[in-house]
Design a protein around this ligand. Structure first.
Ligand code: HEC
Length: 122
């Protein structure tokens, strides 16, 4: 439904309608949605999709009438397209914590050794 008016460049989706005919009809050009999840955030999208007029008074974007389920699908899709490395980053976090723990262990061992050499008891 969104693809009637909006393109999603990062997923090679081109709006079905001819953009030049949409401008006079809707008053503005429907923006590309590729990075919308990053620029506006999930909460804004939820509010905007459900009641565009409340957020942008006089906007040409209609209330599309998504169910909770289809809205979740749209937002999830925009999240995957707009931030494809999100899951990889989550994975990386685990390794970073492991690295920090190993580093802390060696730092502690080194400190203990240095203090012992200097004759400081700790
Ligand atoms: C009939 C055409 C049409 C359809 C269908 C449509 N939109 Fe839009 N949309 C627009 C137009 C026009 C704008 C530009 C609004 C403005 O600047 O006033 C817009 C703007 C937006 C924006 C930007 C809001 C902002 O703050 O700049 C988002 C996000 C958006 N649409 C999401 C969607 C999603 C998600 C769907 C499907 C559920 C959808 N649109 C369906 C026409 C449409």
């Amino acid at each position: 439904m969104c693809g009637r008016c909006h393109g999603v460049k990062y997923d090679k989706v081109v709006a079905k309608a001819d953009i030049s005919t949409l401008k006079p009809y809707l008053g503005s050009i429907p923006p590309d949605l590729s990075q919308m999840i990053k620029s506006q955030g999930e909460e804004y999208l939820h509010k905007f999709i459900n009641d565009p007029q409340k957020i942008l008074l006089g906007t040409g974007m209609p209330r599309v009438g998504l169910t909770e389920e289809t809205e979740a699908k749209v937002i999830n899709y925009l999240d995957v397209v707009g931030d494809p490395k999100k899951e990889d980053r989550g994975e990386l976090g685990k390794y970073f914590i492991l690295f920090a723990l190993v580093l802390a262990f060696f730092a502690y061992a080194w400190k203990k050794n240095e203090f012992a050499n200097a004759g400081i008891e700790h």
